[in-house]
Ligand binder design. Structure first.
Ligand SMILES: Cc1cc2nc3c(=O)[nH]c(=O)nc-3n(C[C@H](O)[C@H](O)[C@H](O)COP(=O)(O)OP(=O)(O)OC[C@H]3O[C@@H](n4cnc5c(N)ncnc54)[C@H](O)[C@@H]3O)c2cc1C
Length: 389
């Protein structure tokens, strides 16, 4: 058993760590200032400029296969890099990303949707959730009916990340109500100019998703992604593509938060002593450090299983659930250690407090992860002894 990084992993991780230190962290005060004024932390141009800088050093499409111009790095490497990016709250991500299901497109769809998404010319969004169907995704009502060579889509989607910025959506609609999720849901690639509308939704986080409205939107049949009726499988594939990356990012944030707590504990004096000398504070720091360490190995283990090409869903659910719950406990303790200052918008702690809350909700709530984990154990698909048997 080897818990060490190899030379390549160390080098790549160190490069990203340095990039974050040099290019991203210095932007933090300005990002906080803008967000306090209700503006986006980074403009699209600024993000593109940072992505171009990273690309000049080869950092583009971390998980995108090399044949599509990406780095084609594995899941462990992607998790390590995501953790480094998570150490800053500046909303930066490397360019060169495309949703995994777009790789299932035919050659023409790859030309029109996949390649321009990788290059950053086009922006996608993934739309399955509806006002009446979130955790229970099989309950979607948005429908698509055939009309000659076209399909006509009607319905409403909600909470769609990037839905107000995207110029096309991968939308899931019922094409055979009797079969439902079992062969009756289809995925369509729908350009905005085909007629769907979006409305931003304000949230407690810094960026908002959107509601999408399809009012008899006519879509040519060549815009079906994959097979007619094969949409639900594609949706599950999209959701399962990188669940380990969400807690990986939270891990980086928690590392930074605990470092901030240590610093604050050393410097803040009450009753003539640094608060670091009080056991109440030490225990909060100790518990948080233990949980950060446990989260690191859960994330890396899930990513390692992905790289092994074996079924990683159980491990990914465990990492996502633990990451969501513990990141929220950690940020709460760190806020407490900062006292009144932790509650202000002068520091990023309250920002992380709001942002990390989402981790317990999207891409499978805590309850849905618990349901999955328990079902796997009860049905004998997974063992409590884990992947060591
Ligand atoms: C900021 C944000 C971004 C999002 N981005 C996207 C996106 O890009 N695309 C997209 O399609 N969706 C997106 N979503 C939707 C997200 O995936 C759903 O909100 C999530 O799956 C929960 O669904 P819901 O909100 O309908 O809650 P519900 O399903 O109504 O759940 C309500 C509560 O009941 C619990 N619950 C439900 N079923 C069970 C059960 N069987 N057992 C125990 N408890 C249960 C839930 O855990 C939750 O606590 C996003 C959501 C948010 C907030």
């Amino acid at each position: 058993m080897d818990f060490a990084l190899d030379e390549e992993q160390t080098q790549v991780r160190d490069w990203v760590r340095e990039f974050v230190r040099r290019e991203i962290t210095p932007l933090e005060p300005e990002v906080l200032r803008r967000e306090r004024a209700g503006q986006p932390g980074l403009t699209g141009d600024e993000l593109a400029e940072l992505q171009a800088k990273a690309r000049a050093s080869g950092f583009f499409g971390v998980l995108t296969p090399q044949e599509y111009g990406g780095m084609g790095l594995g899941a462990v490497m992607a998790a390590l890099l995501e953790t480094e990016l998570g150490r800053s709250f500046v909303p930066f991500r490397f360019g060169g990303y495309a949703d995994n299901i777009l790789f299932h497109g035919n050659e023409e769809q790859k030309e029109r949707y996949l390649l321009p998404t990788i290059s950053g010319e086009r922006v996608s969004c993934f739309a399955i959730t509806e006002p009446g169907a979130g955790s229970d995704a099989k309950a979607i009502r948005t429908s698509a009916r055939r009309d000659g060579d076209d399909w006509v889509i009607s319905g409403e989607k909600t909470f769609i990340t990037g839905g107000h910025e995207a110029d096309f959506t991968m939308v899931f609609a019922v094409t055979d109500r009797e079969r439902g999720a079992d062969g009756g849901v289809t995925c369509f690639l729908v350009d905005r100019d085909m007629g769907w509308r979006s409305e931003p939704i304000s949230t407690m986080g810094q960026w908002g998703p959107a509601a999408l409205v399809f009012d008899e939107v006519r879509v040519p049949s060549e815009n079906v992604l994959g097979e007619v009726g094969g949409g639900f499988r594609l949706a599950m594939q999209w959701i399962g593509q990188g669940r380990y990356l969400l807690p990986a990012r939270a891990l980086g944030s928690c590392e930074r938060l605990v470092e901030m707590a240590v610093e604050q504990a050393r410097n803040r004096v009450t009753f003539g002593k640094p608060i670091a000398e009080y056991q109440a504070i030490q225990w909060m720091i100790a518990d948080s450090a233990v949980e950060v360490e446990a989260l690191r190995w859960l994330v890396l283990h899930a990513a390692w299983l992905v790289d092994q090409g074996v079924d990683s869903r159980h491990a990914q659910s465990i990492a996502k659930l633990y990451g969501g719950v513990k990141a929220n406990e950690i940020v709460d303790r760190v806020l407490q250690i900062h006292g009144g200052m932790g509650y202000t918008r002068e520091l990023p702690v309250e920002r992380w407090y709001r942002e990390l809350r989402l981790l317990r909700i999207y891409e499978g709530t805590d309850e849905i992860q618990r349901r999955t984990i328990a079902r796997n154990l009860l049905k004998g698909h997974a063992k409590v002894t884990g992947s060591l048997g």
